[in-house]
Design a protein around this ligand. Sequence first.
Ligand SMILES: Cc1ncc(C[n+]2csc(CCOP(=O)(O)OP(=O)(O)O)c2C)c(N)n1
Length: 821
Amino acid sequence: MPPTVIKKQIPLLKFTMQKDVLSSTQGLSFEDFKKIVLNDYRIINESRQTSLLGRKEVLTGKAKFGIFGDGKELAQVALAKVFKDGDFRSGYYRDQTFMMSIGQLTLQEYFAGLYGHTDLEKEPMSGGRQMGGHFGTHSLNADGSFKALVNQKNSSADISPTAGQMPRLLGLAYASHFYKINKDLHQGKFLDYSNKGNEIAFGTIGDASTSEGLFWEAINAAGVLQVPMLMSVWDDGHGISVPKKYQTTKESISEILKGFQRENGGNGFEIFKTKGWDYAHLCETYEKAAKVCREEHVPVLVHVEEVTQPQGHSTSGSHERYKSKERLQWELDFDCVKKMREFIIQNALADEATLNTIEEDAKNSVRTAQKTAWTDYLTPIKTEVAEVSALFDDLSNGTNGSAVAAIKTELNSIKEPIRREIHNAVKKVLRLTKTEESASRIKLTDWLRLANIENSDRYSSHLMSQSNFQVSNVTPVAAQYDGEKLVDGRELLRENFDYILSKHPETLIFGEDSGKIGGVNQGLEGLQAKYGEHRVFDTGIREATIMGQAIGLSMRGLRPIAEIQYLDYLLYALQIMSDDLATVQWRTKGMQKAPVIIRTRGHRLEGVWHSGSPMGMIVHACRGINVCVPRNMTQAAGFYNLLLESDEPSLVVEPLNGYRLKENLPTNIGEYKIALGIPETLKEGSDVTLVTYGSSIRIAQEAIKQLEEHGISVELIDVQTLLPFDIHHKIVESLKKTNRVVFFDEDVPGGASAYMMQKVLEEQGGYQYLDSKPITIASKEHRPAYGSDGDYFSKPSADDVFDVIYNLMLEVNPNKFIKIY
Ligand SMILES: Cc1ncc(C[n+]2csc(CCOP(=O)(O)OP(=O)(O)O)c2C)c(N)n1
């Protein structure tokens, strides 16, 4: 039947199937149309059954935790219809139906995720690293290079912190904007990453999570930047148990966002409202929303109201505790699966029997998928039980044979074993048989060794890149000089950024004041004028979304250098750095990357919030990100040049008080590269090793001069990078010579100085070579007080360094040194 008849068949007021919903499939026969609707009905039923069975799997102990997408199915099949190849998603744990609809999640994979299957082939979302319901697609080839992202449907990897998906979403959308306006990227490999910016970034969020600051910051930034971001809010009225009246002013996100609505050709958002149970209206709304978003390249928000949550928030508790009887009844009446069934019957798209069959088939497919996933998950573990049991048998003739046999019996009695239980058993047996020397025991220790290697890959790989582009694969290049050409540190940096921008069309540098004035310290002076506003630009004051902007851009093949104006303000972005950026590679087991370069400046200038050096906090929060702490701008530039050749996310903390100091300009500016994790010995000495970095280097040098006058010889080591830290264990070599060590920085006591101490004394075994107690020199516990005296009495000075080292030597040799004060 021709489409006009369809319209007659579906006499719903707002449902203009021919024009709006199915405009992309014009000429569709009625039979084909029915197939689409019934296929959607199949998907939502399969998804619902997955949620129902998934919950049971948790409650019976097979899986640890479950958080499902029940109630959100219908909105997501509608949303999926407008998601095209090349598009990106940044969403959250409710989106299973969407992922199934775009063909990026099978039922079996869903269950593999629930069980935490560590095989990426079976559990492609994270290889068991994230809890089920955290989705992502594979962006990378085996060698770490990007796939042709334009030919696939992409989802950035989810994280659990509510609204944590928003900053990244902004960046994914901004990438489309950048690809569109940067004509240099309309060719070559860039056409694999973006079709000239034609893609949409799709965001999803729960209504309660819109209470988070990150939501507002990202929404405002998207409105300012006018990026193609299609945001859906699934409004089920609650955030766990807390209802909307405690979450949202006026209890409606679309109501309070009205001020963001585009008007009279101005910028802003296009805002739509629809209902989570109304298939026709959902399809119509998303068709319109995507059209505006894609064609006009503007942000759009779809507020999906009247969404249910049939099983409550998660497997942690039941919703009967906090929902009224009326609400519970309403959720039954307006369940989207039930409503779609009614819609199909009303419009004579299928009869009861057909729908019953679809529902029954869905149950069966889900049950089959669950069983297969469980068998797949359990089989390799059971194989390991069998392997170690055979090895235990070999050992059961020894002195402790009966005890070994008992351990084997106990292990084999576990119906659904996990690897921890196997390891417990193996270690117990090895302890019992520690005095036995047999080939069987050697086999068992070999088994354990190999199992540890495999488990390390299962759980601990890819904290940093393991690709061809990892930092350690980039060859360093020495800086070259032709006599002396002294320039300010900031000029050296500017020359370097100039070179970077000219060499890499995919780089862009942005942050507060980075554009027009070229940065608060002028390291980018004139570069906006030279390369254009799209390459070097100002942002609003919004550190978390500057970070997210960089993450999203870098996930789409671009190389952002994101500026955080001062190290003290990195705290605003630290959550996103820690939860999102630092975990991208690890949480996808190397299937996604975000090679962001963060540029900031810190350590020492004046006042409470322009002198911070919270390096311990950063290195502990950001394992997964390189942390470079150059002592001057020559070093900083060398790091930038190396990092751009690699695919690892990194932070470079420029020394804030070094922009106006003179440095010798290398002739190969932009090209020399400094390797990470390689400390530099700046001065040889024999009495004490002094380990430090960044702005503390100059203080150390001043103290060392004075110490020399008192007959004390200090070896000064600049660690250069805190992450990675001294990968070749160079510092311990110095300890072998001096037998004394002082770790010095401007962090709080127990901060990064203690971190360095642990690395050198414990990891490198430095404790063996010490003749004196190891010492750390750090700031006071309070923030640095304002003014030069505030600095002197809050942060370690050359006097402090002198005193500590002098007193150390006084204790060592009271005959040679006398107490000064
Ligand atoms: C930053 C943060 N705070 C708290 C939580 C715990 N938590 C998980 S989900 C959730 C409620 C979210 O509600 P909503 O955004 O409406 O999404 P829904 O689960 O209802 O789909 C909370 C508080 C979290 N994951 N992250």
